[in-house]
Design a protein around this ligand. Structure first.
Ligand code: PLP
Length: 365
């Protein structure tokens, strides 16, 4: 007996394609039988986790047989103190992707529309289609979000708008006046999700801090993560900050123990390690400048980025080039799945990794 299970899935799920993650180092090692591979493909923090985090984690071992605190009291208190917000505004997630998923499951359904930009983060269409809501994709403007066009696309079916600031994979950002003008036009029944996964890296004076707007805009949800500047991508922990009514809804939908005990403990330690964060941000600033210089030196164009990655436009299909880089043991990120087949996204690595990428690229062109 057999059955066409694909036909049993709802139409939203049927239109999904599996997410293409960056190639794992071990996989390329197996394929090529070489070692010393570098991975600049998933916007991870190249310096490894903070020492303070590792020692906090070793203290937690004896408690692993117990469920974590389902309310994440310790981490919420640390976030409350650090960010000057109320604990009732916080929703903790298994990565901030979990929060994006909770938002879709809470506010969207098959009758509703979800607005996001062309070239925006791949998780927005996934969470939208998973609840069989309708994605409304707004053409990008010079690789960035066109916030005016997004406002114009709002209908009485609009449930959510996802904004990434800065955006991945383009590294583009929008400034305070543009964001404020946008928020002033969005009706209160439309929930705006401001994804600030790279917040800690951005040093531009006109970059809006989403938390500063929560009092003014009750329909705003800001999401942040420990995966990038805090160096904890492998643990999966992120959070949303919103008005308490929205947080209450998300916390009803959330699985009771969605954030693990090690994740709670590590994120709390990371939050209290200001020196690690500062080093990460400084290293990123230098690394981004190093990549920009190297790429310009090779006569290559790139999208100016304020994140911990940079997307290079080779102005022709980059598939072959990516293969040549892989053969040299350098993993970067093809972005053809974002409809950017001529581009490769490169995460900022350690100085020597950036150098190795640049010389492998030079040899591969
Ligand atoms: C990396 C990234 C995230 C973070 O996802 P986690 O689930 O927290 O690891 C969220 N949004 C964007 C745009 C990202 O690039």
């Amino acid at each position: 007996m057999s059955c066409d299970y694909f036909s049993l899935a709802h139409s939203g799920v049927q239109s999904l394609r599996p997410y293409q993650p960056g190639k794992p180092i071990e996989e390329l090692e197996r394929e090529l039988g070489i070692s010393g591979i570098i991975k600049l493909a998933s916007n991870e923090n190249p310096s490894g986790p903070a020492e303070s985090v590792c020692s906090a984690l070793s203290d937690v071992m004896p408690d692993l047989s117990r469920y974590p605190d389902g309310n994440g009291f310790m981490l919420k208190s640390a976030l409350r103190d650090k960010l000057k917000i109320k604990a009732e505004q916080i929703t903790l997630g298994n990565g901030s992707n979990d929060i994006l998923d909770l938002l879709a499951r809470t506010f969207a359904d098959p009758g509703k529309e979800v607005i996001f930009s062309e070239y925006a983060f791949a998780v927005y269409p996934i969470v939208t289609l998973a609840v069989n809501a309708t994605p409304v994709v707004i053409p990008a403007q010079r690789w960035g979000h066109d916030l005016d066009a997004m406002v114009n696309a709002i209908s009485d079916k609009t449930a959510l708008i996802f904004l990434a600031n800065p955006n991945n994979p383009t590294g583009t950002y929008f400034d305070k006046p543009i964001f404020e003008t946008f928020m002033n036009k969005v009706p209160d029944h439309v929930v705006v999700v401001l994804d600030e996964a790279y917040f800690e890296y951005v040093e531009e004076a006109d970059y809006p801090n989403g938390l500063a707007y929560l009092d003014r805009y009750p329909n705003l949800v800001v999401t942040r993560t420990f995966s990038k500047a805090y160096g904890l991508a492998g643990l999966r922990v992120g959070y949303g900050v919103s008005n308490p009514d929205i947080a209450d809804l998300l916390n009803r939908v959330r699985q009771p123990f969605n954030v693990s005990l090690p994740a709670i403990v590590a994120a709390t330690a990371a939050l209290n390690d200001a020196a690690y964060l500062q080093r990460s941000v400084e290293m990123n600033r230098r690394g981004l400048a190093q990549l920009e210089r190297g790429l310009s030196g090779l006569g290559l164009g790139y999208i100016p980025s304020v994140g911990n990655f940079i997307t290079v436009d080779f102005e022709k299909d980059a598939t072959e080039l990516d293969k040549r880089l892989l053969k040299k043991g350098v993993i970067v990120r093809p972005v053809a799945n974002y409809r950017m087949p001529s581009c490769l996204r490169v995460s900022v690595g350690l100085a020597e990794e950036n150098e190795r990428f640049l010389s492998a690229l030079k040899e591969s062109l």
